[in-house]
Design a protein around this ligand. Structure first.
Ligand code: SF4
Ligand code: MG
Length: 317
């Protein structure tokens, strides 16, 4: 499928004079048109960095992000601005990303004008359409961000992202700050918009029940690396990587057949400043051997829809 988008990132962050942290270490994945691919993992695993590096809000040190055949990583500012029409990001806290002194009208007009997508005479109609798409009344265009609830603000954040008619939207913890009932409304809105507008989502979240609701495929990260990537069904019913198993054992399962015992990981999350040798999970893995300490496991295909980075993936099911 030549429409799929390929992301392959290398990124090192500098912490102090000699300390180099690889926030994202050779992460590589593809996203299919119209799907929702989620990235999960504990905080500090590199999921946000991955999302931000794709847009170059964080600069990757190397790698490529192929968007419709063009590499975002090597683009100059002007090319990047054009490319960003196709890929937008929605953050966790809509309030922090909305300018308090601008009305919604002003904000949406700006978004449309920067990208010169909607000619001025059509902007009014487009704004009303955007408001209706996200379930807000058109008279709200004249209001300021502080006049809205958290859920409404996130709807405004979505409207602003949609203003430029993107194909891909990165949602970075986009519902994490909301109450559970509001979360469900926003997730349903995102799904509806995906169907109606043929959107592709890269959904970053630490919340597995949210991820279960929204995803087609899921990518699990640990200390800056992808440890497993699979379709949702396989990952929830038959995770292969010991870290995925532990992570997913913490969520309640309604279906008795798939209920698993909670696995508590020993030890703390190692510092990304000094990640363990070999398999970076070996300090906490109940199955670790000498090979694990010495050799980095490659991300390998286990089935047609599941890839795992563990030397013993086949034996641990
Ligand atoms: Fe555990 Fe070894 Fe597999 Fe890493 S490679 S997850 S340490 S068994
Ligand atoms: Mg984050």
């Amino acid at each position: 499928n030549n429409l799929k988008q390929h992301f392959s990132l290398k990124k090192e962050k500098l912490f102090g004079p000699q300390q180099v942290v690889k926030a994202v270490d050779g992460v590589s994945f593809e996203i299919m048109p119209g799907e929702t691919l989620s990235i999960v993992g504990e905080s500090g695993c590199g999921k946000s960095t991955t999302g931000r590096s794709i847009l170059r809000l964080d600069e990757p040190t190397s790698g490529e992000v192929l968007l419709f055949g063009k590499n975002l990583v090597t683009m100059n500012k002007k090319e990047l601005r054009v490319a960003r029409k196709d890929i937008q990001i929605i953050f966790q806290d809509p309030y922090a990303s909305l300018n308090p002194r601008r009305t919604i009208r002003k904000m949406l007009t700006e978004a449309m004008s920067i990208q010169k997508i909607v000619p001025p005479e059509q902007q009014e109609a487009r704004m009303i359409e955007l408001m209706s798409l996200v379930g807000l009344r058109p008279e709200y265009l004249e209001r300021y961000p502080h006049e809205f609830s958290g859920g409404q603000r996130q709807r405004i954040g979505i409207a602003r992202a949609l203003a430029v008619n993107p194909k891909i939207i990165i949602c970075d913890e986009s519902v994490s700050a909301l109450d559970v009932s509001i979360q469900a409304q926003i997730l349903n809105l995102l799904k509806q918009l995906q169907r109606d507008l043929d959107l592709t989502f890269l959904f970053i979240s630490h919340d597995l029940s949210v991820v279960r609701h929204i995803s087609d495929r899921i990518m699990v990260m640990y200390l800056g690396k992808v440890v497993e990537i699979a379709d949702k069904q396989s990952l929830f019913t038959q995770p292969h990587h010991p870290y995925t198993k532990a992570l997913f054992s913490s969520i309640p399962v309604i279906d008795k057949e798939h209920r698993k015992e909670r696995i508590i990981l020993k030890g703390d999350l190692p510092s990304p400043l000094n990640p363990p040798t070999g398999c970076s999970f070996h300090t906490r893995c109940p199955f670790a051997t000498d090979k694990c300490k010495a050799e980095v496991p490659a991300l390998r295909e286990i089935t047609a829809t599941q890839k795992v980075a563990c030397h013993f993936a086949e034996n641990l099911v």
